[in-house]
Design a protein around this ligand. Structure first.
Ligand code: FAD
Length: 329
């Protein structure tokens, strides 16, 4: 099965989740051909990265108007490419862009859509996949007949390690953007919490829950995250209370994270929270209730008062990262 991968990129770098889509396409191709589609202005550094990322051919739509992401333009260009090339499947990562483009292109062309899927396989003349449902408590298996292009958004799982390959050839695809009837224009884009780091990409995430009691106490969590070079995330009640922005919320109705280390401080471990943290490599939970459900999932359980443990951890992290006495600072 030939799957065309949509290669999302930001600031000249491939979106890490694209690597998972490439792996999924490779599995579907069973040693066969894997092309990837990139929309970019001429000379984007992401094109070179994509060439060496385990694909056999880079199909590039190059236009200065593609420098800024626009859901309508991007989706219409992708739909035109799908219409022209008829791949068996079109795979996007299940990111904000993929969630725009996949459904838009599928609806525009009347094609089947499988969203937020993993474990893609070909069985007979069907494409099958798995989806997490009910806050990841269950998995459902879905199947769509092959024949028309199946549009898939590939679930983000883990950290998206890149494949490496010799540079693939690049082919320019000429798409007449003027002919697409684009009616929207991107007036500007803002990155939420610029400078504070993206919880979905961070290596170390310190999560805080209702156990923090008062927003004025959040400084101890900020301090720990800073000492560890990590970022702060939270459970949903803190967002509902307006103590933290939604961009920090982890869980079923928030964001899925996949850090090397997740430290949950004063978080009980409701199913909806756990749904967002299963991709973490190591989970450390600090909770004063020995029966807190989070202890059923974590790798390291600290049954203690977070107001004692968190500052002590911060002090220890600072001590270890401080240059030894006598060294040049
Ligand atoms: C449709 C739906 C979607 C949802 N989506 C999400 C979601 O995306 N993300 C999410 O997080 N939740 C979500 N929830 C809410 C979820 O069900 C829980 O209510 C929520 O996760 C609880 O947050 P918490 O653990 O911070 O608070 P609590 O459950 O109140 O837990 C606080 C914990 O702190 C501990 N604690 C208190 N004081 C201390 C102390 N001094 N030291 C150490 N520990 C202490 C307590 O023992 C307790 O375990 C959703 C719910 C619904 C219905």
């Amino acid at each position: 099965v030939e799957a065309l991968v949509f290669a999302e990129h930001h600031d000249g770098h491939l979106e890490p989740a694209v690597h998972q889509a490439i792996r999924a396409a490779r599995d579907l191709a069973r040693g066969g051909y894997v092309p990837a589609l990139i929309l970019a202005p001429h000379g984007s550094a992401a094109i070179e990265q994509l060439r060496g990322a385990g694909v056999d051919r880079v199909l590039a739509v190059l236009d200065a108007r593609l420098a800024e992401y626009s859901p309508e333009t991007y989706a219409k260009v992708c739909a035109r490419v799908i219409e022209t090339l008829h791949p068996d499947a079109f795979l996007c990562a299940h990111t904000f862009q993929g969630m725009d483009i996949g459904p838009y292109a599928a609806a525009r062309l009347g094609l089947p859509l499988l969203s937020n899927c993993f474990g893609l396989e070909v069985e007979g003349d069907e494409l099958t996949a798995q989806r997490k449902v009910y806050g990841s408590a269950w998995q459902s298996r879905v199947a769509v007949p092959l024949g028309r292009t199946v549009v898939v958004t590939v679930a983000r799982r883990g950290r998206g390690e890149a494949l490496h390959s010799a540079p693939a050839p690049v082919e320019d695809l000429r798409i007449d953007i003027d002919a697409l009837g684009v009616r929207t224009r991107t007036a500007g884009a803002a990155v939420a919490d610029a400078g504070e780091g993206d919880i979905t990409r961070a290596d170390v995430v310190v999560g805080v829950g209702r156990g923090i009691r008062d927003p004025s106490n959040l400084t101890i969590i900020d301090d720990l995250a800073q000492a560890l070079g990590g970022v702060v995330a939270c459970s949903r009640p803190l967002v509902d209370l307006d103590w933290m922005p939604y961009s920090r919320q982890v869980g079923a109705s928030g964001h899925e994270i996949a850090p090397r280390v997740y430290i949950a401080c004063g978080i009980s471990g409701a199913a909806q929270h756990l749904a967002g943290i299963r991709g973490s490599q190591t989970i450390i939970a600090i909770n004063k209730d020995p029966n807190a459900p989070i202890f059923g999932l974590c790798d390291l359980a600290v049954v203690a008062d977070l107001f004692e443990v968190v500052p002590a951890l911060t002090a220890e992290a600072r001590r270890r990262s401080a240059p030894a006495r006598g060294e040049d600072v």
